[in-house]
Design a protein around this ligand. Sequence first.
Ligand SMILES: [Zn+2]
Length: 136
Amino acid sequence: MTTTSDPARGEARGWCCEVCGAEGTGRQFGTLHAHWGEGSQHAGEQYRLRLCELCFFQTLAHLRREHDVQHLFDDEGMADPERFGRIEVTTVEEPAAAKRVGMLRDQLGPIPEDFDALGSDEIRQRFEGSEDTSED
Ligand SMILES: [Zn+2]
């Protein structure tokens, strides 16, 4: 496989189909991927083939035909050629970020004059070291 950046993130600037050798750029490729886990015959092995559009859909058509043969006489029947292996992606709108600044306005009592200086004496003592070591 030839890549010029991280293929897992779909950022490849240039790539080469591993079946026919066609070259492309960007997200004009499909990926056949497997990472076999514990209990499988190929446990620990990983596979990833980058395919051009033509090779990807030829592979998909082959798998769909195999599916149809495997299910020829059962209730599942033939695969829908438009939907076999296809994932429907829906975009979920993220709710607008809640406004945080000013959300407690008029809900708090008066803010003390020394609000920014609260605990300043203790903080200063801890930085500068206190002669009183009874707390530690
Ligand atoms: Zn190809």
